[in-house]
Design a protein around this ligand. Sequence first.
Ligand code: NAD
Ligand code: DAU
Length: 343
Amino acid sequence: MKNLLVTGGAGFIGSNFVRYMLGKYSDIYVVVFDKLTYAGNLDNLEDVSQDPRYKFVRGDIANRDAVARVLASNEIDTVVNFAAESHVDRSILNPDAFIQTDVVGVYVLLDESRKHGVERFLQVSTDEVYGSIPEGYFKEGDPLEPNSPYAASKAGGELMVRAYHVTYGLNTVVTRGSNTFGPYQYPEKLLPLFITNAIDDEPLPLYGDGMQVRDWLYVDDHCSGIDLVLQKGEPGEVYNLGGGNERHNIDVIRQMLAILGKPESLIRHVEDRPGHDRRYALDNTRIRRLGWRFGQSFEEALERTVRWYVENEWWWRKIKSGEYRRYYEAQYGRRLRGASQQD
Ligand code: NAD
Ligand code: DAU
């Protein structure tokens, strides 16, 4: 791995991954290729922007010419694909962009990677491809039963990765990560949305009874897992990256409010997300066998994350205006007007 292409590297996990890789490897050249959708943000990469081993190229993974150019002109040998439409609620409001990027875009990226002799291709996927599990843990060989347009589009992209390995021998690996949190996460996802709303004493729109379960993974651990799979994963294989921190949503939010010193009366129970998956849980034995270790406990990571949003208002206040306000009204306006308060 010498010349690494990080697609979607201006988003949440991608930008943390770029920082992680530049910090860990001295002899690496990193090209970020990103369309800069509403979720892409060059502020996320500001601290590496002067590094001579880093370059940014704006482009769409579904644009064949642009992909071919960035692969050829930078002699790319390794691709890590983070580029995606990533938010379940937006996929319910409008699935179009999800099909275009998460399915068609992945296909174009695979096809051009094959033609340009890319030596390793890692697809960043998600535990949502399995669907919901009432008890027990998903293993990598379990059937895919995605329930939202987002999850279905990620499953489609992932299956195309499999096909490119089996049919054309492209050296691929896939990671299926669980719910990730940390600095630079767009404030539409549960934790950054609720932390920043709570800082402003705004209501926290919790879907349904708040008893859904997610398996939380700190972003640095997600990045180290991706790096490990990139280095040591078997070609054609899939790896679950589960944080091992199963929590009910309401408990995570209560813990976050306690760290901030804000009251639970900010919580509003609002109309549920359609098709809402009740529980995600991953068996992460396969990647632990490769030597995956967590850097911190869930509690430490949550404290660190809350502190980051408190100390970096410059980052999220810019985002929470403009287009964001229109999305917020479409997603939460009616819900919050019909909400019930936490006792
Ligand atoms: P994000 O929404 O913060 O970032 C996505 C990035 O992709 C943005 O920078 C955006 O501009 C870029 N992008 C979108 N469409 C593009 C296109 N057509 N061409 C090029 N760039 C494009 O997402 P994230 O939370 O950082 O997630 C990154 C990846 O990890 C996604 O593939 C997601 O499915 C996966 N994942 C996320 C989580 C999570 O909890 N956030 C967990 C598991 C897996
Ligand atoms: O599991 C991995 C997935 O985690 C990733 O593939 C996705 O990209 C990422 O967005 C995330 O999906 P979720 O739907 O689990 O994350 P989200 O932050 O949207 O929601 C987490 C839980 O919180 C979920 O049960 C829905 C609930 N929720 C979310 C929002 C935004 C609320 O109760 N209220 C909210 O306003």
